[in-house]
Design a binder for this molecule. Structure first.
Ligand code: NAP
Ligand code: SF4
Length: 674
């Protein structure tokens, strides 16, 4: 067996988890949507039918005041809705366990009614929370217990209580958010009391044969956060209080260290769980950036944990575990940790999905059903849109040929994968290469399809996914030898000098700055580099893992100006959950970000600009154009002129603000209907 540890059952005494894989908790937005429980049932059941050991739902609130209108579990009526989910999962596979996460956001509730141990506003909170009085504390404990009891009534196999992330329970534990002087504040014994009473009372209420997981921050990444001794003590006391499993989490939402973005090395934090595991007897779950079965197996083999939690990887591929069990891991559609369609959606009030799998959370709406009559389909261009269309159409039974002028598939993904911290894009290209084989697509590399060729091929359907052409701004001197395009820079085809202006601060402008200011190994591939860059001490574990540890970023020997015309903050359009990491990295490397810049001309002296209406000269030797794209449609226009019908997708259809998320989504929906 290739993954003996991952596929080994775990006996909890009163029940067994059939293997060591857990679909971790992730709020999707279905919880609050009209008809959302039916959709959630389909979403979870599909994962249950495909080999996952245990599922943990997105966070459900224990009472109305914690929820800001979100899904609560406090009465029979609410429990009845959850029955749809638990029944669907158990019908898909009676051996799969499903636990409901109980989440009280405390100071992060986002309402004026937010409560907390003390009136301490979170760095990312909108309101100063109200400090709970003695009665209020007892109410919150009781509401957690009631929530667990209702979950049991609703057919769940257990609950996970979240005691991390800066949510209510964790704010009792940490000194700087708990300023109380009663029996719930002051000494650590007192600060643990709220968590322990919730667990003790929940265990008493649900009985011994119900899975009770408690999620702790094993490293909270807070300046002045929890010490290692406090974390060990909490884990031991939770065990005594009756938890079945301890799950480890690695951050508070307000902390300034990325823990799940693509720049974080795979399984970077599991060693912390491993250290903690030596101090307790109950099984432990670890998580964060475990996105392939070999990574999970290695984590378990090292003894870092008893179970591995994968949330986003199960969004990206509902068959992750089936493919693992059947030795088809090269067919896994890997989560690239971009956050673009999952957490960026969650935190902007949009329904969660997945950039590489638009079916995620849309299982009742987007289905790739077998076709009655196979068509002969030509797809021109093997970028993300073309690949998504071709593989989906072929999977449904169409006979597909891909024409790609380059000698490899991937399109813009081939640029992305060269950017330090974006190495995961290799996996998407690997996935599509394998899908081309599995679905027997005729791939013609190094072939620039022309209109006559497509006409002669007698295709029933022609899909034009020829992508984009980089925009060249109309600025006097734009053809000066110091001006280069981003594609040549990323491909290493044009030299870049020591003083550089990057014109355009969208995703590509940031990527280019990352590339040209980076030296040494990528932090995404080297845990020590990551730890140094972000100021984390994994070994000595000062408070929070970060207190007193200065980030050490290798300075760039280039002077770089990142410019935009808009007067908004540079990088404001980047992803909600990852934009800050890119801005911090570039600032630490000394990149000067300038907004409200007017470009005047380029000459031997450099780039002449107006800043606030005042003339200025950036004495640069290289100007890299990252000014967006225009659709590349020559072939489409030729086909139309010849009277042939064709369909535009991806960048060829719409280049403005185009990204891989939109391209793959559009292509997948069209191919589902083809
Ligand atoms: P983009 O996001 O559209 O940014 C291009 C920038 O160029 C604009 O923000 C614009 O800012 C500037 N610009 C536009 N026209 C210009 C002109 N005529 N002269 C000078 N400047 C001009 O495009 P991109 O950076 O090429 O990215 C392409 C797509 O890939 C985007 O959708 C992006 O989100 C996506 N992408 C995402 C990531 C990611 O990590 N999420 C990474 C890379 C790419 P001003 O007009 O204010 O100067
Ligand atoms: Fe992973 Fe990106 Fe999909 Fe989120 S959107 S699950 S991070 S691939």
């Amino acid at each position: 067996m290739k993954y003996p540890k991952l596929l080994e059952p775990l006996d909890l005494g009163f029940t067994t988890i059939k293997n060591r894989s857990i679909m971790g908790s992730m709020h999707t937005g279905l919880e609050e949507m009209e008809g959302g429980f039916e959709r959630m049932a389909a979403y979870f059941a599909e994962r249950a039918a495909n080999g996952i050991g245990m599922i943990i739902t997105g966070g459900i609130f224990p009472n109305a005041e914690s929820s800001r209108g979100g899904a609560t579990m406090s009465n029979d009526e609410e429990a009845a809705k959850h029955r749809l989910v638990t029944d669907a999962v158990h019908a898909a596979d009676p051996d799969v366990k499903i636990c409901m996460q109980i989440l009280h956001p405390g100071p992060l509730a986002g309402t004026k009614d937010a409560v907390a141990p003390s009136a301490v506003r979170s760095r990312i909170g909108y309101y100063v929370p109200t400090a709970l009085d003695a009665e209020g504390i007892q109410k919150q404990i009781g509401d957690h217990v009631r929530c667990a009891v209702m979950a049991q009534k609703a057919g769940y196999d257990g609950v996970e209580i979240i005691g991390s992330a800066g949510y209510l329970i964790s704010t009792f534990l940490v000194e700087k958010t708990n300023l109380r002087d009663d029996e719930y504040g002051g000494s650590y014994e007192n600060r643990m009391r709220f968590a322990l009473e919730i667990v003790e009372q929940t265990r008493a209420a649900v009985g011994p044969n119900f899975i009770l997981i408690f999620r702790i921050a094993a490293m909270d990444m807070l300046d002045g956060g929890m010490s290692w001794e406090e974390i060990v003590k909490l884990a031991q006391r939770l065990e005594q209080a009756g938890v079945s499993i301890i799950s480890t989490h690695f951050t508070w939402h307000e902390s300034a260290v990325p823990t799940i973005a693509t720049m974080v090395p795979r399984a970077a934090f599991t060693g912390v769980t491993g250290r903690l595991r030596k101090h307790v007897n109950v099984p432990m779950i670890t998580s964060n950036r475990i996105n392939m079965p070999d990574v999970a197996e290695a984590v378990l083999a090292r003894g870092d944990a008893d179970l591995v939690s994968m949330a986003r990887p199960l969004l990206a591929d509902s068959e992750f575990m089936r493919k693992t069990i059947e030795g088809r891991e090269d067919e896994i559609n890997t989560c690239i940790a971009c956050n673009q369609a999952c957490l960026d959606h969650t935190f902007t009030g949009q329904l969660t999905s997945c950039l590489v799998n638009p079916r995620a959370c849309h299982e009742t709406q987007l289905n790739y059903l077998p076709v009655a009559t196979a068509k002969k389909v030509a797809v021109v261009g093997a970028g993300p849109a073309g690949l998504a269309y071709a593989t989906t159409a072929a999977q449904r039974g169409h006979q597909v040929t891909i024409f790609e002028a380059a000698n490899e598939i991937g399109g813009q993904f081939n640029l992305a994968k060269r950017v330090p911290g974006k190495e995961e894009f290799y996996e998407t290209i690997r996935y599509f290469n394998r899908m081309i084989e599995v679905n027997k697509i005729d791939l013609k590399l190094g072939v620039k399809a022309d209109a006559q060729m497509l006409k002669d091929g007698e295709f029933d359907q022609i899909i034009i996914s020829t992508g984009i052409t980089p925009r060249v701004p109309e600025i006097p001197g734009i053809d000066h030898p110091s001006v280069v395009g981003y594609i040549d820079v990323i491909q290493g085809k044009k030299p870049v000098g020591k003083r550089v202006a990057v014109m355009g601060a969208g995703g590509i402008g940031f990527d280019v700055c990352e590339l040209i200011t980076h030296s040494g190994p990528s932090g995404a591939l080297d845990r020590d580099v990551f730890a140094a860059e972000w100021g984390v001490d994994f070994e000595n574990h000062p408070r929070g893992g970060v207190t007193g540890v200065e980030p050490r970023v290798a300075a760039s020997d280039r002077e770089v100006f990142l410019l935009q015309r808009k007067d908004s903050k540079v990088g404001a359009g980047l992803g909600k959950t990852t934009g800050w990491t890119h801005r911090i990295t570039l600032s630490r490397r000394g990149v000067k970000m300038m907004n409200a810049v007017e470009y005047v001309k380029i000459d031997d002296a450099g780039l002449h600009v107006l800043i606030g209406g005042q003339p200025d000269l950036l004495e640069v030797d290289t100007i890299i154009i990252c000014a967006g794209q225009e659709p590349k449609r020559e072939l489409y226009d030729e086909l139309v002129a010849m009277g042939l019908s064709a369909e535009l997708i991806g960048g060829a259809y719409e280049a403005a603000e185009l990204d891989a998320k939109a391209a793959i989504k559009q292509a997948s929906y069209l191919a589902a209907a083809a």
